[in-house]
Write a protein that binds this ligand. Structure first.
Ligand code: DGT
Ligand code: MG
Ligand code: MG
Ligand code: MG
Ligand code: MG
Length: 277
């Protein structure tokens, strides 16, 4: 299109490319889910339907954006991880974040009825999500970020499980339960659960204790895939990149509820860090 005298306004747009060669984590978080979860009567402390819906939306985001290598979700939040080699939208932050957030929200709303069959969405209580991108220069930093979220999941879930047992099963008021839990450590909460309510925290569902990890599973590795994986060409050629993109798109996206703090998860799935299926 021909230049117009108006075109100078383009110069007002600020560059916002994320630092090259770094891990990019986009975390989305439900806006005002305290109110939203009350309104739609989410079960306390965990509503399986709500978590399954979050996971469904995350799986669809992974399918829509083959550049993603990993995601981790807990409560009303999900962290999506792009590999350091990712060049999506020339790494422009706003484009990446808004695409993840709107794709996630679209799937969350689209699939709501499948999980909440009795409680249709109705304004003004419509789910929306905020989002931000943070870059991490080393794989250690990325793993520490993931560990941080999973530790948070554990701490919150132990607290919430104990709190709601005291209130719903023990008939305590919210204030009394909160007061009694003030200053307690993990072992105290385990004790309260076991002695007063016969609940062994270890037997709680993994999805509640560990959150949800989403990644691509390459069990059915093809010959083509092995060739791509064994290649250490730097930089990766266009055809190679295309080949890997296709493999990523074909791979099954799975949801797991496992420890991502220790090495085991990462050692078993080297393609997550190498980005070479
Ligand atoms: P924000 O993120 O600043 O807009 O505010 P909120 O209200 O979304 O707060 P946030 O994100 O810190 O905490 C998540 C809220 O979502 C928290 O109040 C509990 C609620 N929530 C998430 N998952 C569940 C669930 O499975 N069951 C119930 N009952 N509530 C849940
Ligand atoms: Mg928040
Ligand atoms: Mg929130
Ligand atoms: Mg949250
Ligand atoms: Mg456009």
């Amino acid at each position: 299109m021909a230049n117009s005298k108006y075109e100078y306004v383009k110069g007002f747009e600020q560059p916002d490319a994320l630092l090259p060669n770094t891990w990019v984590v986009v975390r989305v978080d439900g806006r005002g889910f305290h109110k939203l979860s009350d309104h739609y009567a989410f079960q306390k402390p965990n509503d399986r339907r709500a978590l399954d819906l979050m996971n469904k939306a995350a799986v669809e985001v992974m399918k829509d954006l083959p550049d993603l290598v990993l995601a981790y979700g807990v409560s009303d939040e999900y962290s999506f991880v792009f590999h350091p080699t990712c060049e999506l939208f020339e790494r422009r932050s706003a484009k990446i974040v808004t695409t993840v957030v709107s794709t996630f929200t679209a799937h969350y709303i689209y699939h709501w009825n499948t999980f909440f069959t009795e409680t249709p969405l109705k304004p003004p209580f419509l789910p929306s999500f905020d989002g931000r991108a943070v870059t991490y220069p080393s794989t250690r930093n990325l793993r520490d970020y993931m560990s941080w979220r999973q530790v948070d999941c554990h701490i919150n879930n132990l607290y919430n499980t104990t709190f709601w047992a005291m209130v719903l099963k023990g008939g305590m008021s919210n204030t009394d339960a909160e007061q009694e839990l003030k200053g307690t450590v993990s072992s105290d909460k385990n004790e309260i659960l076991f002695r007063r309510f016969g609940i062994n925290y270890n037997n709680e569902l993994e999805i509640y204790k560990k959150g949800s990890v989403v990644y691509r599973q390459y069990e059915l590795e093809t010959k083509e895939g092995k060739e791509a994986a064994s290649s250490d060409l730097e930089p990766v050629s266009k055809t190679q990149q295309e080949k890997m993109r296709k493999l990523r798109k074909k791979a099954q996206v799975v949801v797991d509820h496992v420890d991502i703090i220790k090495d085991d998860f990462w050692d078993r799935r080297p393609w997550i860090v190498s980005n070479k299926p």
